[in-house]
Write a protein that binds this ligand. Structure first.
Ligand SMILES: Nc1ncnc2c1ncn2[C@@H]1O[C@H](COP(=O)(O)OP(=O)(O)OP(=O)(O)O)[C@@H](O)[C@H]1O
Length: 449
């Protein structure tokens, strides 16, 4: 009977591991992995070259006391913390070791501890955090139920080490998302919109793919444009809005300068709550549509559009205006001003790209390693992307698969949080018109069936 029970448990564990790796990890994997790491720790560290020989004084002490020669020493375990997706091991390095030793050994640690993936980072001098994942967390992304809530910080994807990837607008104001067609850019953008929807933020959309991506989300948008002419007007209205925000900050500065010890506002976040304007996130889908032209008139329009975008990218942060630009390619081939604009878009996300040039457009000026990682994204795993910023750090990420329906539901749910931005009032989508436009379609559907 006992052997039968053991057999049932082993088969259940095997099935879970195969079909539901996340459940396997939570039920069996976490305990087995913790025991394995603790039991094998010293021998694995030794085999991976992460030990240091005993110090001279310990050797001398052993000689004097006539004791056996002391063994090499392993980094001290400060903490071993199980997580939803793996284990986090915090190590205190021995004298003579550095964080690079551990990062160079991550692949050896991975297979020695029988984990799916291992990454490491230096937390502070001499202390390294080794994050191990028990299974491929990017295969079927499940975001944790609770994430750290902060204004303008969206939990948008999962990183391959199991941690949450945030799009933090206050830390990295402007972003560029690139990727070949069908690589997952729209799903990424949908996750961003769904994450921003419950926040106190005005969403502005420019979708020159005839509005198919952003217009269904119109109820949560304060302004929308679906063609280059309206996009130009909207961007110029945003520049005026930005100038008004600067006037507001200046006015507040004049008041605080006269008050000794008062804080002087440098951006909208320093303004008192009651006068702080709502921040604005501008989402631009398929940016190349704004940069292409076929006639002299269109060229003039294009130049004005790029000038407005460059001005918003250069000065928008203090006024609380953040750009999120999305496209298949974004290089000098799109004409003058593009490389200048790209330099301001320091948050970079690259989905699968068709060639090295496109990967270079995303990361060439940031990190050569990230360029290589972007080229290696396999075509069959859509939604996988490399996310990096101007610090040179980068991660492999994947968003949860959010359908347009789910994103629309979220936007409808938070429709009452859509703020009015007076400068953009002319571009506010006519939601009533949108809903009534659907009525004849749904009425005619049964008739034609
Ligand atoms: N994070 C994801 N997880 C799982 N599947 C995904 C993910 N992201 C995208 N996909 C799949 O890839 C398909 C293409 O995604 P998406 O429409 O976002 O690509 P795109 O880059 O915007 O393409 P295009 O430029 O042609 O509009 C989606 O229909 C979806 O099935």
């Amino acid at each position: 009977m006992t052997w039968f029970m053991v057999g049932v448990v082993v088969v259940a564990a095997g099935l879970l591991r195969w079909r539901r790796p996340a459940w396997y990890w939570l039920t069996f994997g976490v305990v087995l992995a913790t025991v394995r790491v603790l039991v094998r720790y010293a021998s694995v560290m030794d085999a991976c070259g992460l030990t240091v020989p005993p110090s001279r004084w310990r050797l001398a002490l052993a000689r004097v006391a006539n004791r056996p020669v002391p063994e090499s020493r392993v980094p001290r375990i400060l903490r071993l913390r199980p997580t939803r997706t793996g284990l986090v091991l915090r190590l205190k390095l021995r004298p003579g070791q550095d964080a690079f030793d551990v990062s160079a050994a991550t692949d050896r640690l991975r297979h020695s501890f029988g984990m799916y993936g291992v990454t490491s980072r230096e937390v502070r001098s001499g202390v390294v955090e080794v994050r191990m994942t028990g299974y491929d967390v990017l295969k079927q992304v499940q975001m944790p139920a609770r994430t750290e809530a902060r204004p303008m910080r969206v939990p948008v994807a999962l990183r391959e080490d199991g941690s949450v990837h945030y799009r933090d607008y206050r830390a990295v104001p402007h972003g560029l998302t690139l990727g070949a067609t069908e690589s997952g850019k729209s799903v990424y953008q949908r996750n961003l919109v769904a994450g921003l929807a419950p926040m106190d933020v005005a969403l502005v959309g420019i979708d020159c793919k005839h509005g198919v991506e952003l217009f269904p989300l119109a109820r949560r948008f304060s302004a929308l444009a679906d063609n280059p002419d309206t996009a130009l007007e909207l961007l110029e209205a945003l520049v005026s809005h930005m100038e008004e925000m600067y006037q507001l900050i200046r006015a507040e500065q004049r008041i605080s300068v006269a008050v000794p010890d008062a804080e002087i506002a440098a951006d909208i976040w320093d303004l008192p709550d009651d006068i702080r304007p709502v921040p604005v996130v501008v989402l631009v889908d398929e940016v190349a549509e704004l940069a292409l032209f076929a006639s002299r008139e269109e060229e003039k329009r294009r130049d004005r559009i790029i000038t407005a975008l460059v001005r918003l990218a250069q000065l928008g942060r203090a006024a609380g205006i953040y750009l999120e630009i999305c496209g298949q390619r974004f290089g000098s081939e799109l004409g003058k001003g593009i490389t200048m604009l790209r330099a301001q878009l320091t948050g970079r996300t690259a989905h699968r790209v068709n060639d090295e040039t496109s990967a270079n457009m995303a990361f060439g000026d940031i990190s050569p390693d990230a360029v290589l990682a972007a080229i290696q994204i396999p075509a069959e795993t859509r939604g996988i992307a490399i996310a990096g910023d101007s610090t040179g750090g980068w991660h492999r990420i994947r968003t949860p698969h959010t359908s347009l329906r789910q994103a629309v539901n979220t936007c409808n749910k938070y429709a009452d949080r859509t703020p009015d931005v007076p400068a953009l009032a002319a571009y506010r989508p006519a939601v009533a018109a949108l809903s009534s436009a659907r009525l004849p379609l749904s009425k005619t559907a049964p008739a034609t069936a």
